[in-house]
Design a protein around this ligand. Structure first.
Ligand SMILES: [Zn+2]
Length: 252
């Protein structure tokens, strides 16, 4: 049985003009692909954020009976998730942060940039969860004022057999996908990608997911230096030391 991951505001669209499989979401025109000149403002997270700029975001958990779109019920994850779900959600955020210039912190319940909760969607199977992508709104007239972004939301269907490990519905895998939406990624055409619309057991970010998130927020700013980097650093220090010696010598 195919199990679908869906989003509230996103539909599958082709991305024929680019070679990569990932798609990013034009948060203003709601069209793919987004049309932005390089370094032009793009409404990703953050005030006046630019394409490729990083962001520091917070997330929190919804309270029981919070207001959601479903008439069937809105829940706190504590109402139906296995004990320890908070750590699993944190790992999913960490996965995105580890490959991009994004960082996340936990905010008080029902606050922050991204709120995660439960929503009765369609009973067992079918949709496992969905996400509301970040949505911009105008703080004045004109595109120039389009700076702030309202909260993102991730909803998990309480009727699924959620698990933190094991063979039933893995919370981590689904959270990884839905969080990707709240960060601005649409569905990918790459069947191996976490952002592919159908869950087929992918449980780690793939090259296409990483390319997508780095297009929006840039690469991680603190990568582990490679040996060649150390060599360049040593050469640089040697040159500085050499200049220093000459400078001292010239004072004599
Ligand atoms: Zn999706």
């Amino acid at each position: 049985m195919k199990i679908f991951l869906s989003t509230v505001l996103i539909s599958l669209m082709s991305f024929a003009s680019f070679s990569q499989a990932y798609t990013v979401y034009d948060l203003y025109t709601k069209k793919n692909p987004p049309i932005y000149a390089e370094n032009e403002n793009i409404p990703t997270w953050g005030y006046d954020n630019r394409l490729g700029d990083g962001a520091t975001l917070s997330y929190s958990f919804a309270e029981s009976n919070y207001a959601c779109d479903s008439s069937s019920g809105c829940f706190s994850l504590s109402d139906f998730m296995p004990t320890g779900y908070q750590d699993t959600i944190a790992l999913a955020f960490d996965a995105w942060a580890s490959v991009s210039n994004l960082s996340f912190s936990v905010a008080a319940d029902q606050s922050g940039d991204i709120v995660l909760g439960g929503e009765a969607i369609d009973g067992l199977s079918g949709e496992l969860g969905h996400a509301r992508i970040v949505t911009p709104y105008r703080s004045g007239n004109g595109l120039e004022a389009l700076s702030y972004i309202s909260s993102g939301a991730v909803h998990f269907d309480p009727d699924e057999p959620w698990s933190l490990s094991g063979s039933s519905t893995p919370l981590f895998d689904v959270a990884l996908h839905e969080i990707g939406h709240t960060l601005g990624l649409d569905h990918s055409e790459d069947k191996n990608a976490v952002m592919f619309s159908i869950y087929e057991g992918t449980n780690a970010l793939q090259a296409d997911d990483i390319a997508g998130i780095q297009y929006l927020y840039g690469a991680s700013v603190s990568p582990v230096p490679e040996p060649s980097t150390y060599l360049m650093l040593l050469l640089g220090l040697a040159m500085v030391a050499g200049y220093g010696r000459r400078a001292v010598a010239s004072q004599k």
